[in-house]
Ligand binder design. Structure first.
Ligand SMILES: [Fe+2]
Length: 244
């Protein structure tokens, strides 16, 4: 794990892919006094390392905000205490598979959430999962969860989505594009920065998803990605999409 502390109050914990795995993890955290708010827990292995690192700096994990509740984002909650404040989409029950010891507090899309000097804003972004959300952090960063995914080195990963959620995923990506953000955080892969770069990353996903939708899934992988400027890894997600 690489732990970067940017400024005084912002952490980026990076976990490269384990051998044979498609993706690693990027976990971000905010600090207020001695308290820490973490975005996503990942699995037990990752969150345990994060906790240990925080403890070594005299800090305590008090909050976890979930971008969505797939296991690779939420399973680590099982190893954390019940008194932790856990926040996520009001739709979390549709996705959460684990019995977690915490109570999930649904986020408010109207009023957001304040953590020390940080003001978080939430927007529903269904598609990748019914409970996916965009999280605005002080108007500076936009955490897009798995709406866009990359490998540790930044290689684009094909979107993961079920066929009946294609339209939702497309709508959420169009909404993200319309937000016009300059710094987008991902749960897998490095931060995307620069409007042009971000738009290109979104457009590549849109081209793929719209081709699959428009052809009713009757296209080859090569046809599905023919309009994309990047070369995607994660071809298995194309087969997952068509087999459901
Ligand atoms: Fe994920």
């Amino acid at each position: 794990m690489v732990a970067d502390r940017t400024g005084d109050n912002f952490f980026n914990f990076r976990f490269p892919e384990k051998e044979g795995f498609l993706y690693g993890f990027n976990l971000y955290a905010l600090v207020s006094g001695n308290d820490v708010l973490l975005f996503d827990s990942a699995f037990r292995t990752q969150v345990t390392k994060v906790k240990k690192h925080l403890a070594s700096e005299g800090l305590k994990l008090t909050h976890v905000v979930l971008t969505h509740f797939h296991n690779d984002h939420a399973a680590g909650l099982v190893s954390l205490k019940g008194d932790l404040t856990v926040l996520g989409s009001p739709e979390y029950r549709k996705t959460l598979k684990k019995n977690i010891p915490q109570t999930v507090t649904p986020v408010s899309f109207q009023s957001g959430y304040t953590f020390g000097d940080f003001k978080l804003g939430f927007t529903a972004a269904p598609g990748h999962s019914p409970c996916s959300i965009f999280i605005d952090i002080n108007g500076r960063y936009l955490h897009a969860g798995d709406n866009l995914m990359g490998r540790y080195d930044g290689t684009a990963i094909l979107p993961w989505v079920e066929f009946d959620q294609l339209e939702n995923h497309i709508s959420s990506l169009k909404m993200l594009r319309a937000m016009g953000r300059d710094r987008v955080l991902l749960s897998h892969g490095p931060e995307l920065s620069g409007r042009k770069n971000i738009n290109r990353a979104i457009d590549d996903r849109l081209s793929y998803l719209e081709t699959v939708l428009d052809t009713g899934g009757k296209c080859s992988f090569e046809e599905a990605v023919s309009g994309c400027s990047c070369s995607f890894t994660g071809k298995e997600f194309f087969h997952d999409l068509l087999s459901r």
